[in-house]
Design a protein around this ligand. Sequence first.
Ligand SMILES: Cc1cc2nc3c(=O)[nH]c(=O)nc-3n(C[C@H](O)[C@H](O)[C@H](O)COP(=O)(O)OP(=O)(O)OC[C@H]3O[C@@H](n4cnc5c(N)ncnc54)[C@H](O)[C@@H]3O)c2cc1C
Length: 382
Amino acid sequence: MDFELTDEQRMLQESVRRFANREISPHVARMDEEEVFVEELWDKAVELGFVGMGMPQEYGGTHTDYLSIGIMAEETSKVDPGVAVVFGAHTLLCGDNIARNGTDEQKAKYLPLLASGKMRGCMGLTEPEAGSDALSLRTRARKDGDEYVLNGSKTFISNAPIADVALIYATTDPSLGIHGLSAFIVEKDFPGYSRGKKFSKMGLRSSPTGEIVLEDCRVPEENLLGGTEGKGIKVMFSGLDIERFLWSCQAIGIAQAAFDAALKYSKERRQFSQPIFSFQMIQDKLANMLVEIEASRLLAYKGLSCWDRKDYRQTRMLAAMVKLYACEMVNRVTAEAVHIHGGYGYMKEFPVEKYMRDAKVYAIGAGTTEIQKLIIGGYLQG
Ligand SMILES: Cc1cc2nc3c(=O)[nH]c(=O)nc-3n(C[C@H](O)[C@H](O)[C@H](O)COP(=O)(O)OP(=O)(O)OC[C@H]3O[C@@H](n4cnc5c(N)ncnc54)[C@H](O)[C@@H]3O)c2cc1C
């Protein structure tokens, strides 16, 4: 076992940290207040090669290991997790899925556009009536000559309001159940594709979230991901595993930022003529927070390292475990960080108020806490 990052990963960590502190940080308050994503961050990230992360180098991608994507997610989320979601939905949910499952033609057509940031991606699985029960999705894909005709709607989709291309899950044959599911690469300009409403959210407000509506949307048959019908379930499950690691790394980034803020504040704030840090009940909180963050990080890095070694024996279980633990942890840690700040923690002038709002969704998105317990329970049942 090697717990050290490579020199390259350490350099990446440093450069993402610099990018987040110099470029993202000045916009955080406005993005949160006005609920917008600042476009110049995309251009900067393109320059630095961050939007092509995880995509093969032959198609213009960078940092092709998964642990690097996790590091990027964690470091960005320390400053603004909404921005991390914008990059993650693009690189991982869309780009990485095409890289792992697409035909050579699909990869040659879409990956250079995604890796260079000329196209922005998203992934549409969730529907109004199919959330936790994602396999009951209703979006239909009917073959018509050399095209598929898609009908349905997707909701809560990260990047939907700003994406040029979406990876859409649909069923080609409902009678086949999960074996009738397929994924399609759908461009926003295909006839019948429209961006539905954009949602207003409690947290992650720099990450645009919206609907995708498909009304007789015509998709060329060569855009069936992988070229064979019925492969959607495999694509979906492997995509969800990797999404859960990424989502957990974002949670770890928020928690670390909340811990750092709470520790600093506890040494500055004086009550009863001493810093509140000197009270053992405050140290108790900080100690628990720190241990939980580090435990989450070890679990996430272990899972990502397994992916990088192509050792998939435990990755589904590890993805569920870290998603369960880290995404509950971030809620506990940010709530404690607010508490350590006392009344000031409840005020918008301190960052911990935002951390707590941003944290809430981590136990919901990418499969709720309850769903992760069901997955782990399924393994225990044998
Ligand atoms: C900010 C945000 C971004 C998102 N981004 C994307 C995206 O990019 N692409 C995408 O496809 N989706 C995305 N989602 C959707 C997300 O994956 C779903 O919200 C999530 O899977 C839960 O589905 P639901 O919201 O329909 O809740 P429901 O499934 O309706 O769940 C409601 C409650 O019931 C519980 N529950 C459900 N079933 C069970 C059960 N069997 N046992 C016990 N409890 C249960 C749940 O845990 C939850 O507490 C996003 C969501 C959010 C909030």
